[in-house]
Design a protein around this ligand. Sequence first.
Ligand code: OGA
Ligand code: NI
Length: 347
Amino acid sequence: MSGGLSFMAMPGTTQLDPALIPVQVSAEVIPVIDFAPFLHGDATAKAQVVRQIGAACRDTGFFYVINHGVPAELVAQVYAQAKRFFALPAAQKAEIAIENSPCHRGWFRLGGENLDPVRQTQGGDLKEGIKIGRDLPATHPLVLAQTPLHGPNQWPSLPGFREVMQTYFAAMEGLGRELLHAFALALGIPETYFDTWLNTPMTTLGPLHYPPQTGRITEAQIGAGAHTDYGCLTMLAQDDAGGLQVRGKSGAWLAARPIPGAFVINIGDMMERWTNGVFASNAHRVVNTSGRERYSIPFFFDPDFSAPVECLPTCLPPGEAPKYAPTTAGKHLLDKINASFDYSNFN
Ligand code: OGA
Ligand code: NI
């Protein structure tokens, strides 16, 4: 971290620690990939998309997808519902507080998550959010078996909220399955390889609200502290405020600028582990210096709780041992969540 004199003056009253300023590295770009040929094209067109996705996953682990098939109107509705919820008085939001949920669903307050507890020692991320998962009734076998992270959602009493979120949830789950098909082909395994572990996938829709950050900003508290994602695959819609930064191969922080209609796709730790490090789970962070509210909609796509996560057959060079011990998707996620949410201790 750097001293006060070198802080950069931003519009308004904001001063940014130079360590938080993204740079342009011409050799490092986050590619924009047109997904339509994968969904609807012929074999040659599909293979071309697979190559692009494979290259991005091996490089920074980040890419944009456009023409992904999720209607812009639906994404707009999710933003509208999320904004309505976040605008409620805290007491009303607290009616669905995540602390009340046995399965990590509901609202978490500003600072309730700390994605970089090493640098952010004074408080958590400058964001609030909602965790929405697969809405399982008490009678579902996985709930009856008391599987951690499985159970019902907590819904706010806002007309239309639940319907919009559930429609989006289904659409993004469909896209996640297609992306995993592309990943499998990019890894040289059968297209449907991962489908075996997608019976009751642990998918989470997590709308976020970042208030504007002003004053002197250091790595000690930003919108989302530097972190890697925990799971397999994240699909993010971000509004036009900007502020998402991705760590490139060179170690430089790159701005992941908003592209209307695109999702930012990234690999998480579980996929890095599953691929023995062939696919990269890279650090990213959010600094909202836009001077206004920022909203984003991450969707985390993870397989079944029981999915074995151990080195894929095509990811082990001859004569080498796997870099990671085998685990399961459920165990991997629980370890990560317990480390970053202040209230939680799932086991
Ligand atoms: C996350 C994340 C980025 C954003 O939730 O893991 O990195 O733009 N979000 O909100
Ligand atoms: Ni993230």
